[in-house]
Design a binder for this molecule. Structure first.
Ligand code: HEM
Length: 416
């Protein structure tokens, strides 16, 4: 815990710089968040951008796409190189676009990810989770990330686009490399890994799309077949170009991997570390929905969002100029005492729970129902099967600031 960091009590929060974070921040940012909320909810960074921490400010920003833009061309050109693979990928993704492009692509995505398509995934999800639990049954020690949390989303997102089972191997590494490139500070090798991942992933998807064009799936259940039907020259004049189709498929595959892995991994770790809450869930399995919401609030898989101001605006009493970049501190807003009583208490019965783990407004996560379903089934079935699991020494955090989760969670699942 941060209390163990001797420098923290004397740390000047006004000096907090996302590009040069103090030691201990990635492992435990929460004491920093508390101080941001109390002392500097709108904090200027040395590069001129701002950290925004209050729930009410984030809520307002997420709702207003005119004043707060998601388009990242200006930010990503110097970071990735204009026209580079990472630049092309990220600036074509739904998440980093504004209306009208956003409205057009979002409509197509949501029409493909229908509640019916998601409801139909439930039996496959239960089967995949139970299969993994059966495989663990014979073992005493497992890694809750490698053997469980990271496998479920790959299977589910793979099923969503109907990626053949034997071709799913590289998906996770591509996804980690592409999302890893969004970290606030980046080494040259990580950048190159990201570019390579976009090139390889695009080439793979182009082949998959060509095959699916030749052999369409059932549009009721196969999201890729529905997206292909929306391509320009397809049924609608306002469809997707091939580039948009490929980059947004990469985006769906990425958006659904790391985040959901972290929801499941963080959930298992939190339940383990709060035995009273684990027991409350075992005693009342119907609490699983509010439990998953609390995991999303308490250790949000996505801790940071971004927007750019399009016209001079006042936030928290400060005037912020047009063109300024904002870092939205989701993890801090989800601990804001103005909205959550005892915000640092993990309480699986917390209702209401207006967390911003999926953001809000027009860009609110498209996959939130699927992510919730995956989290609920994974945690519920795991706990039923291994109620007294014990996480061992040697857990390892992902070391990232934007995406919060574990790289390794070694655990004993059966008591000898
Ligand atoms: C626990 C898991 C997940 C979390 C915490 C999460 C979080 C988020 C957040 C915070 C955003 C908004 C980003 C912004 O505008 O600043 C977002 C957008 C998005 N997410 Fe998720 N996500 C999760 C799972 C998924 C899954 C499973 C899918 C796909 C099936 C998905 C697809 C998307 C898409 C397409 C967007 C872009 C929406 C838009 O810009 O209009 N997400 N997600």
């Amino acid at each position: 815990m941060m209390g163990a960091n001797p420098g923290f009590s004397t740390f000047d929060i006004a000096e907090l710089d996302l590009a040069h974070l103090p030691p201990g921040f990635a492992e435990d940012p929460f004491p920093f968040y508390q101080r941001l909320l109390r002392e500097a909810p709108v904090l200027r960074q040395p590069d001129g951008s701002y950290l925004i921490s209050r729930h009410a400010d984030l809520d307002r920003i997420y709702r207003d796409t005119q004043l707060f833009s998601s388009d990242k061309k200006q930010v990503f050109a110097p970071k990735f190189g204009a026209g580079s693979p990472l630049f092309t990928h990220h600036t074509t993704s739904l998440v980093f676009s504004d209306p009208p492009l956003h409205t057009r692509v979002r409509r197509i995505m949501t029409s493909a990810l229908t509640p019916r398509a998601i409801a139909r995934m439930e039996p496959g999800l239960v089967q995949a989770v139970d299969h993994l639990l059966n495989r663990m049954e014979d073992r005493e020690e497992v890694d809750l990330i490698a053997d469980f949390a990271s496998i479920i989303p790959i299977q589910i997102i793979g099923n969503l686009l109907d990626v053949p089972m034997e071709e799913r191997g590289p998906l996770r590494d591509w996804s980690l490399a592409i999302l890893g490139a969004l970290e606030p500070s980046l080494a040259a090798a990580e950048l190159e890994r990201g570019h390579r991942a976009v090139r390889e992933f695009s080439a793979y998807l182009k082949g998959l799309i060509d095959r699916r064009r030749a052999n369409p799936g059932d549009p009721e259940t196969d999201v890729l077949t529905r997206l292909i039907a929306e391509e320009q020259g397809g049924q609608s004049e306002e469809g997707l170009t091939e580039l948009e189709l490929i980059q947004n498929c990469i985006f769906i595959l990425n958006a659904g991997h790391e985040t959901t892995t972290n929801l499941i991994g963080n959930g298992l770790a939190l339940l383990h570390d709060h035995p009273d809450q684990k027991q409350a869930l075992l005693d009342g399995p119907e609490r699983i929905k509010s439990a998953v919401e609390e995991v999303l609030r308490f250790h949000s898989p996505n801790q940071l969002g971004n927007r750019q101001v399009t016209a001079d605006v006042e936030i928290g009493g400060r005037t912020i100029a047009a063109g300024t970049n904002l870092h939205l501190m989701i993890g801090a807003a989800n601990r804001d005492p103005e909205v959550f009583s005892e915000p640092d208490r993990f309480d699986i019965t917390r209702i209401p729970n207006r967390h911003l783990a999926f953001a809000g407004g027009p860009h609110v996560c498209v996959g939130l129902s699927l992510a919730r379903l995956e989290g609920q089934i994974a945690l519920q079935h795991f706990l039923q099967r291994f109620p007294s699991f014990q996480i061992l020494d040697g857990r390892k955090g992902g070391g990232r600031v934007r995406f919060r989760g574990y790289a390794h969670l070694p655990a004993l699942i059966r008591q000898g």
